[in-house]
Design a protein around this ligand. Structure first.
Ligand code: GLA
Length: 658
């Protein structure tokens, strides 16, 4: 199986999406000249080129791409070649209206933007496969080709009739009989029993709340349906180039695709990450996505897209202050990325993204953005030694599962204020601020490499996941678990007692009487800290220790934090500082240490292989104690005991043997 190392060949990849079809050919040579100046060694071509490559059905216009591939190769720049299937040309929708997706209300999603395809459409699939086949045949032997990039950010949902037929096939394969489906979906409720397969439809707009198990299966189905499209194209290109790795780029922490299952089908896992420059915790967000992607990749990964400056899809779009682009780029390397790339090379002058930054902004080569890009290219060239399969070690792992996210976010819940992604982020933040490197795992994954398992909130847990967790705990591991975990089984059926009995035993919970979600302006007094978002009327079992109890109110004296040996249960969400103290304390007891002790606030330390990255996420100069003697690969300076970092400063330290 080809690997990322086949593309990196001892260097970090640096570059971005290149959309030269938006520019006259005279610009290309200028591009290449600037790319060389910035030490760009990889560009992604063809992501949105379908209408240029196939201007009318069956036509082929490869000449311009031939010239580009040759030019790039002549300049020593490798190509991540995309199948352009994310954005079908207008002719497809015009000729084949059934390729267009329909929304939940049955409304057509028209062309004129991008991604207007129904994943279940045989016509779309046929055209996509044929073009992928021709591209692969044409460029299989091209020396510039380094990676295949299938489609782009798979994310289309569709509720059309073709999708309905496909959904039924998927359900049939899963359940076998309508009766088994009726049982799993609980269709005795509200007279929803299905007598035959063709009565079943995707969860379209309905009078009132829809069947949650149906909605959950539809999410699973859509992730699988899109994956079928990916696999079809992957297999086509792989047949031509078994030595070239294949990837598709994930959207950051996006609910639509089960990235655990997708990652298993990729040679290389890649993601697009867009931290908000205005977010004081942009660095934590970037670290979290890096940790998550590294865990999915089980090794080095590709940052396929980030922004050199502002994006254009937030309400207010802020540029990156001087130095932030560099900091976040090097941070991604520290968290395991072997490729640092952008959307996009040159900022577009037309189209919907003309206010989205590029590596070369409207200000041009003398603008600050490009000057900083050049510096990053130079920095990355100094860090080639990380590209030897070096790993980031983590003793602590956060469990995360799309199924639980999908099941838990539906209507009719105790509180619509519960946002899964925010909870995952809050727990990761607590570790990040404590200097502890985190990994992520699917709850059924092998947990034995870790000392500490953290579950921010997994409303749905399968029996296999519960067994996995119990085995980890029996083996001496420490588990910390957030509220409303293990409440539902794989079908979104509430488990007897409101929480799985095996988990109740693990955490020392006698009974969960009621859930008491909190309002936005409401907190729960837990003695030393305040709980937010949620509280529970929970009875401790004999032998369990109430570490923190609710004070006053209906829950007076009941456990907010419960401990049963090495198993901890949080029935509320402590405010950030309290969550940090609590998790740091539990980590310490579990023998999980920060990478460096006594880090100043806002300074992060991550170890990747032999390199110790120290990153200042603040604007003030800081002095950091780093025991021992080190060489900073970025500056060539030797350090002995302390290190000073300026605004957004980064050091990549290798131990210096005297
Ligand atoms: C994603 C897409 C790109 C572009 C950027 C804008 O990463 O893949 O095509 O739209 O978003 O941020």
């Amino acid at each position: 199986m080809p690997a990322l190392s086949d593309a990196t060949r001892g260097r970090l990849l640096f570059g971005g999406d290149y959309n030269p079809e938006q520019w006259p050919e005279e610009t290309w040579l200028d591009d290449l000249h600037l790319m060389k100046e910035a030490r760009v060694n990889s560009v992604t071509l063809g992501v949105f080129s379908w209408s240029k490559l196939e201007p009318r059905p069956g036509a082929r216009e490869f000449g311009w791409l031939d010239r580009l591939m040759d030019l790039l190769h002549a300049h020593g720049i490798g190509v991540v070649l995309a199948t352009p299937t994310a954005s079908p040309p207008p002719w497809m929708g015009a000729r084949y209206p059934d390729t267009l997706p329909r929304d939940e209300n049955g409304q057509v999603v028209w062309w004129g933007s991008r991604q207007q395809f129904c994943a279940s459409s045989p016509v779309y699939r046929e055209y996509a496969a044929t073009l992928a086949e021709d591209l692969a045949a044409r460029y299989a032997g091209h020396p510039a080709l380094t990676v295949w990039h299938i489609n782009n950010e798979y994310c289309t949902y569709c509720w059309c009739d073709e999708t309905a037929r496909h959904f039924r096939r998927w359900l049939r394969a899963k359940y076998g009989t309508p009766d088994a489906l009726n049982e799993a979906w609980g269709t005795a409720f509200w007279s929803q029993r299905y007598d035959a397969w063709d009565e079943i439809i995707p969860p379209r707009r309905a009078q009132y709340m829809r069947n949650p198990a149906q909605v959950l299966d539809f999410k699973r189905f859509t992730s699988d349906a899109l994956m079928e499209c990916y696999l079809a194209e992957r297999d086509i290109v792989a047949a031509h180039t078994p030595h070239i790795p294949v990837t598709t780029n994930f959207m950051p922490f996006w609910s639509g695709l089960d990235a655990w299952t997708w990652a298993e089908q990729e040679d290389v896992v890649s993601i697009d990450i867009y931290p908000d420059p205005k977010d004081p915790l942009a660095g934590q967000y970037n670290a979290m996505l890096g940790d998550m992607t590294r865990s999915q990749a089980r090794g080095p990964w590709v940052l396929m897209e980030q922004a050199a400056g502002p994006v254009n899809w937030r309400g207010v779009n802020h540029p990156k202050p001087r130095g932030l682009n560099r900091l976040l780029s090097l941070q991604s390397v520290a968290h395991g990325a072997d490729a640092i790339c952008y959307f996009q090379w040159r900022q577009s002058r037309q189209g919907a993204e003309k206010f989205h930054s590029g590596m070369v902004s409207h200000a041009g080569e003398h603008g600050r953005t490009f000057q900083e890009v050049k510096r990053i290219g130079a920095d990355l060239a100094l860090l080639g030694e990380v590209v030897t399969g070096t790993q980031v070690h983590a003793d602590a792992v956060l469990l995360h599962d799309w199924n639980s996210w999908w099941a838990g976010r539906q209507d009719g819940r105790p509180s619509s204020r519960v946002e899964y992604e925010q909870l995952v982020r809050a727990w990761h933040q607590a570790l990040w601020e404590s200097g502890i490197t985190a990994a992520f795992a699917h709850p059924e994954q092998d947990l034995t490499p870790y000392k500490l398992v953290l579950i921010p909130h997994l409303y749905l847990l399968t029996d296999a996941a519960i067994a996995n967790l119990l085995a980890f705990a029996r083996g001496g591991g420490t588990v910390v678990c957030g509220f409303l975990t293990g409440a539902a089984d794989a079908d979104d059926r509430i488990r007897p007692g409101g929480m799985d009995v095996r988990l109740r035993e693990l955490f020392g919970i006698g009974m969960v009487h009621e859930w008491w979600p909190l309002e936005e302006d409401e907190t729960a007094d837990c003695g030393d800290f305040r709980g937010t978002l949620w509280s529970e009327e929970l009875e401790a079992a004999a032998g369990a220790e109430t570490v923190a109890a609710y004070q006053g109110g209906e829950l007076d004296g009941l456990p907010a934090v419960l401990r049963n040996g090495r198993a901890w249960y949080l029935s509320t969400v402590p405010e950030p500082a309290a969550l940090r103290h609590l998790l740091a304390d539990v980590a310490d007891r579990a023998g999980v240490r920060p990478v460096l002790d006594g880090l100043p606030e806002g300074v992060e330390a991550v170890r990747r292989g032999d390199l110790l990255f120290v990153l200042n996420h603040g604007c003030d100069r800081v002095t950091v104690n780093v025991p021992g003697h080190h060489l900073d690969l970025l500056t060539g300076v030797l350090t002995g005991g302390t290190l000073t970092l300026g605004r957004y400063g980064v050091a990549a330290l290798r131990e210096d043997m005297p």
